[in-house]
Write a protein that binds this ligand. Structure first.
Ligand code: GCO
Ligand code: MN
Ligand code: MN
Length: 379
């Protein structure tokens, strides 16, 4: 049995992705948001995530916004679906062509804050627990265009503003900043989980507790980082309110492939890490259909993520119950019996370094056992 039953969610923008990219136009018709919610529920997800504009068309007035939110609520209740995470689209509109919270145009920065406030209102209305801030346009191509220290200061002002707005409005949502190294900008500010953790440490202490990281598998693997270690660092800092899951071949553009579709071993250790940590935040699939998918394939995309997550959790159970693996793990650890703690005694202590160096580590067998476990031949 897993330590925690995972809350599995998916973004409305994932299933609604019609296939438009730089080299080609849409391959699927638009997907109505309410039909999208029903599809996600039918495929077995616990919850859904949305940008303001995924649910309510850009530029809608207050009445239209309220109408859509009420309809959403009705569908959620009918389908037993949870609104997990809300976020602001601060990247699609041409007004954000050179940044949102880090734009050198102070009017754009103010407009971005306004849009974030409205998105937060929508999230609170639907009962979301997390507010993601992905700074897709927060970056540059022309290094000469701004002093990155100034951009980071604007970024900090923007995040603190949103965090204060949530607090002042009595909203319980946690902010989760999502790092990404590039795409759509040539260079995005806050490229890795470590960068976001460092940035959070500089926030006003009055709002710092409300802000964490939303790391994404694909964004770390785009730049060949060990995602399991990125997530471990967020957990260690108590800063993991949310996680974006998917799959990615290393060193490529953001592929947003179905969870489990690449690097099964690292993905297994990610699932294991989250369950070992008893982490009970929302597990969000942030994936895209293939351009070749038809509308009928979208449900398979959602189901595939869920199934792979659950299957890997079963493999985690097997890892814990595997006598040989547990024995090998026990062999890997040695306590410091006989070694003094005391500073003076430790300074004087004579280590047998040859013995330390000669210790045998059963890593060939351990890693092979994991590979075989994942191949399904140890049951
Ligand atoms: C990406 C990002 C986005 C964000 C989402 C939330 O694919 O580059 O992951 O999908 O997570 O837009 O703002
Ligand atoms: Mn992505
Ligand atoms: Mn994401």
């Amino acid at each position: 049995m897993p330590n925690v039953e995972p809350k599995l969610s998916i973004g409305l923008w994932c299933t609604a992705f019609a296939g438009t990219e730089v080299f080609g136009s849409a391959t699927r018709p638009p997907l109505d948001p309410m039909d999208n919610l029903r599809l996600i529920a039918r495929a077995g997800a616990w919850g859904f995530n949305f940008h303001d504009d995924d649910l309510v068309p850009f530029g809608s007035d207050v009445q239209e916004t309220d109408r859509v939110l009420q309809e959403t609520r009705r569908v959620m209740d009918g389908e037993g679906l949870v609104a997990s995470m809300a976020t602001t689209n601060m990247f699609a509109h041409p007004a954000f062509k050179d940044g949102a919270l880090t734009s050198a145009d102070a009017r754009v920065r103010a407009y971005a804050r306004q849009k974030a406030m409205r998105a937060a209102d929508m999230g609170a209305e639907l009962g979301c627990s997390v507010f993601v801030m992905w700074g897709g346009r927060e970056g540059l191509e022309v290094e000469a265009s701004r002093d990155p220290r100034e951009a980071l200061a604007w970024y900090r002002d923007g995040v603190e503003f949103v965090a204060r707005y949530l607090a002042d409005s009595g909203y319980g949502m946690q902010i989760a900043i999502e790092p990404k190294p590039s795409e759509p900008r040539g260079d995005i500010f806050l490229p890795t989980a470590g960068s976001v953790l460092g940035f959070i440490a500089t926030l006003d202490p009055a709002v710092r507790d409300r802000v964490g990281v939303n790391p994404e598998v694909q964004h770390a693997r785009m730049v060949n980082l060990n995602f399991v270690h990125e997530v471990a660092q967020c957990l260690d800092a108590g800063k993991l309110p949310h996680i974006d899951l998917g799959a990615q071949k290393p060193g490529r553009f953001d592929q947003d492939l179905r969870f489990g579709a690449e690097d099964i071993k690292e993905t297994f250790f990610l699932v294991k890490l989250l369950d070992d940590a008893h982490w009970d935040g929302p597990h969000a699939f942030d994936v895209k259909p293939y351009r070749s998918d038809t509308p009928d394939d979208l449900e398979d995309l959602v189901r595939g993520n869920i199934r792979s997550y659950r299957l890997l959790l079963e493999r985690v159970d097997e890892f814990r119950a595997d006598a040989e693996i547990q024995e090998l793990l026990a062999e890997c650890r040695v306590d410091a019996a006989g070694v003094p703690d005391d500073v003076d005694a430790l300074r004087a202590f004579a280590f047998d370094v040859d013995e330390l160096a000669a210790r045998r580590l059963p890593y060939q067998r351990l890693d092979q056992a994991v590979v075989e476990l994942l191949m399904g031949v140890r049951r």
